[in-house]
Design a protein around this ligand. Structure first.
Ligand code: FES
Length: 99
């Protein structure tokens, strides 16, 4: 099992099987990563792997449409396109919720 910390959700920590899709884990465990399409198209699930970037799989061509080389160097990924094979900590820009 791997441990995923959702920094932007109060540091919520969940366990998931190795090679889990990051967005799927977020949905299942209510991690809170924003998303729309789930298919690498909308760019909504952009997130920052603050720790454990080396525990994520290779960047997909779809991600490069939304992330610059500099973003990728900093550790940004698209959650719906990212698989996790070790402990990570992830943050994102919270959406402003309508009140
Ligand atoms: S949810 Fe649309 S790109 Fe990931």
């Amino acid at each position: 099992m791997v441990e995923i910390t959702f920094i932007s959700n109060g540091g919520k920590v969940v366990q998931a099987p190795e090679n889990s899709n990051l967005l799927r884990v977020s949905l299942k465990e209510q991690g809170g990563i924003p998303f729309k399409c789930g298919g690498g198209l909308c760019g909504t699930c952009r997130c920052l792997i603050e720790q454990g970037l080396e525990h994520t799989d290779a960047v997909k061509p779809k991600e490069r449409k939304h992330l610059t080389e500099q973003d990728l160097e900093q550790g940004y990924r698209m959650a719906c396109q990212t698989f996790v094979n070790g402990d990570i900590k992830v943050s994102w820009q919270p959406r402003t919720a309508p009140r």
